[in-house]
Write a protein that binds this ligand. Structure first.
Ligand code: P6P
Length: 338
């Protein structure tokens, strides 16, 4: 029935968000305008990533072009596209990007009330071998109408108004939540529109897959080691879980969201706060997981309750199916007691 709807009643992401926003009588369309600029950035990156394979011929990003000029690397190019799109939307006041050491404060003339945190091209080290990569983003409302400061983006993830990712893989899929569930949209290149293809995504309560970089096992703490051991040698006689690890967060999280299971990037002796960044990796993915009926845990607390101190803070993360994350919470709680 989605195919039929696609044929005649095009539910584009813009229409979908307009419908959702129209339920807020006070909304003036600012959020819809902001989102349409994020969508524009995703369409651009999708096109650039798909051409990346031909880069040598076309002299596109990351290569030297026919004039021998160094083209920008895709992640740098993507960052510039998103910064420009977000500033030109006239709806943002602060931008935090994985690519930029400092936050971008939008000039007063173009300022709006939203703060956007994003990783323009997460997993970009995987581009050359064709593995799916993605853009991850989260949206806060500035704390109150004043001169914007970093405090406006150092908010707990639970304060986010929306979060999402766009995965550049065999198809270009944008997964979004504005706090009322999770919906997935697939880019129809012939229309240049994202069409609703995955309405109201719910993650299975329990999964059969665990997703972690086993290469770090030497450095894991007790609870993580015990949890992974239980995945491989279940004590209750159930069948072992399968290991699936792509090493590109958007791809691993997208599979977890659709198939169920758990994604882990734990702390370890080398990196006591894990590797993944709080604002634009941990928070958006945790927001989506909770909205889809799953949960997200840092080893100490609910991930969305964390209050970042710096814009590039890292945190350990365990996210996915409700029951699977519950299991790791039990192991950390037991460790607390000892
Ligand atoms: P590791 C990619 O570099 C990334 O930031 C995430 O997309 C991915 O989940 C993680 O790092 C992979 O890290 O240490 O397993 O290679």
């Amino acid at each position: 029935h989605v195919a039929d709807a696609h044929r005649t009643d095009l539910m584009t992401i813009t229409r979908f968000v307009l419908n959702e926003q129209s339920k807020h009588p006070e909304s003036r369309g600012d959020f819809t305008i902001l989102l349409s600029h994020i969508v524009l950035g995703c369409k651009f990156v999708c096109s650039a990533v798909n051409k990346a394979g031909l880069a040598k011929l076309l002299g596109l990003a990351g290569e030297t072009n026919v004039q021998g000029e160094d083209q920008k690397k895709l992640d740098v190019l993507s960052n510039e596209v998103f910064i420009k799109a977000l500033v030109s939307s006239g709806r943002t006041c602060i931008l935090v990007s994985e690519e930029d050491e400092e936050a971008t404060f939008v000039e007063p003339a173009k300022r709006g009330k939203y703060c956007v945190v994003f990783d323009p091209l997460d997993g970009s080290s995987n581009i050359d071998c064709g593995v799916s990569i993605g853009t991850i983003f989260g949206i806060y409302m500035m704390k109150d109408a004043h001169e914007p400061t970093l405090d406006d983006v150092l908010q707990p993830g639970k304060n986010m108004l929306a979060a999402g990712y766009c995965m550049y893989g065999s198809s270009c899929t944008l997964v979004l939540s504005t706090g009322k569930g999770v919906n997935g949209f697939t880019l129809d290149p012939s229309l240049g529109e994202f069409i609703l293809t995955h309405p109201d995504i719910k993650i299975p309560k329990k999964g059969k897959i665990y997703s972690v970089n086993e290469g770090n096992a030497k450095n894991w703490d007790g609870p993580t080691s015990k949890y992974v051991e239980n995945c491989k040698f279940p004590k209750d006689g159930s069948s072992p879980k399968s290991l699936r690890y792509i090493g590109s967060m958007v791809a691993d999280v997208h599979r977890t969201l659709l198939y169920g299971g758990i994604f882990l990037y734990p702390a370890d002796k080398k990196s006591p706060n894990g590797k993944l960044r709080v604002l634009y990796e941990v928070f958006p993915m945790s927001f989506l997981m909770e909205q889809a009926g799953g949960q997200a845990f840092t080893g100490k607390q609910r991930a969305l309750d964390l209050v970042p101190k710096k814009i590039h803070d890292r945190a350990p993360i365990f996210l996915g199916s409700y029951d699977d994350v519950e299991e790791i919470k039990r192991l950390y709680a037991a460790e607390e007691k000892n």
